[in-house]
Design a protein around this ligand. Structure first.
Ligand code: UDP
Ligand code: MG
Length: 222
C-alpha cells in the first residue's frame, strides 16, 4: 500500500514539466511599494537598501525608460510622450514590465523573492492593473512613503537635471509631475494608509539621516 502511494506520486512528478515544478517551489514574492513625490529620494534610498538587505530594486520609471529605448518597442513613442508630460503610462504596459522583471529575478535565483517596487502604483489605473494581474501572486508587505515638500522635490529634480539627461527633470515637466503626484498618487497612499500599511519617512533630510529611519523600519518589519 505504502509502496503504491509512493509510486503514484512519483509518477505525478514526472508528468509535471520540470519548470512548473520549480515554479511551484518558489516563494511568493514579498513586495514593498516605494512611493513619494518626484525627487523625494526613492531611487537613492532603494539603492542603499539593496546594499544592506536582501531586496531587489525594481523602478517602474527605469523599466519604462528601458522599454522606451529598446529597439523595436511598440510602446517607445507613447512612453516618451507620457514621461515628458509627467503623465502616467497605461498600466498594461507597466505591469507587464514589472511582472517580467520579477519573474526573471526569481527564475535566476529563487531566494530573491523580496522586491522594492519603486514609483508604483501611482494612480487608480496602476492599482487596478496590479490587482488584476498580481493579486494572490504577490504579498504587499507595506508601503514606504518618502514624504517631502513640493519645493524640496522640485529643487532636487532641477539639480539632478543638470546631469541626469532625463527629459522630465526640467521646470515645465516638473510642474506637471507634481500635479500628477498630488492628484493621482497621494490618494493611493491614503488608501493604503487606511489599511495601516504606510510607513512614512521625513524625506527632506540628508541621505544618511533618511536611511537611518529606513533601516529602523526594515528591522522592525523583518
Ligand atoms: N511612470 C509611469 N508609470 C509608473 C512609473 C513611472 O508612467 O509606474 C512615468 C511617469 O511619466 C513619471 C516618469 O515615468 O513621471 C518618471 O518616473 P520615475 O519614478 O522615474 O520618477 P521619480 O519619481 O523617481 O523622479
Ligand atoms: Mg526614481
Amino acid at each position: 500500500m505504502v509502496h503504491h502511494e509512493w509510486s503514484l506520486s512519483a509518477g505525478l512528478c514526472h508528468s509535471v514539466p520540470s519548470f512548473l515544478y520549480r515554479v511551484s517551489l518558489m516563494m511568493k514574492p514579498q513586495v514593498v511599494f516605494v512611493l513619494g513625490g518626484p525627487g523625494a529620494g526613492k531611487g537613492t534610498q532603494c539603492s542603499k537598501i539593496v546594499e544592506n538587505y536582501n531586496y531587489t530594486h525594481l523602478s517602474a520609471g527605469d523599466l519604462l525608460r528601458a522599454e522606451r529605448a529598446r529597439e523595436g518597442s511598440e510602446d517607445g513613442q507613447l512612453i516618451a510622450n507620457y514621461i515628458k508630460e509627467g503623465k502616467i503610462v497605461p498600466v498594461e504596459i507597466t505591469i507587464n514590465l514589472l511582472k517580467r522583471a520579477m519573474e526573471e529575478t526569481m527564475q535566476k535565483d529563487e531566494k530573491k523573492f523580496r522586491f522594492l517596487i519603486d514609483g508604483f502604483p501611482r494612480n487608480e489605473d496602476n492599482l487596478q492593473g496590479w490587482k488584476k494581474v498580481m493579486e494572490g501572486k504577490a504579498d504587499i508587505k507595506f508601503v514606504l512613503f518618502f514624504d517631502c515638500s513640493n519645493e524640496v522635490c522640485i529643487n532636487r529634480c532641477l539639480e539632478r537635471g543638470k546631469s541626469s539627461g532625463r527629459t522630465d527633470d526640467n521646470r515645465e515637466s516638473l510642474e506637471k509631475r507634481i500635479q500628477t503626484y498630488l492628484q493621482s498618487t497621494r490618494p493611493i497612499i491614503e488608501l493604503y494608509e487606511k489599511e495601516g500599511k504606510v510607513r512614512t519617512i521625513d524625506a527632506s533630510r540628508s541621505v544618511d539621516e533618511v536611511f537611518a529611519e529606513v533601516k529602523a523600519i526594515l528591522e522592525k518589519e523583518g
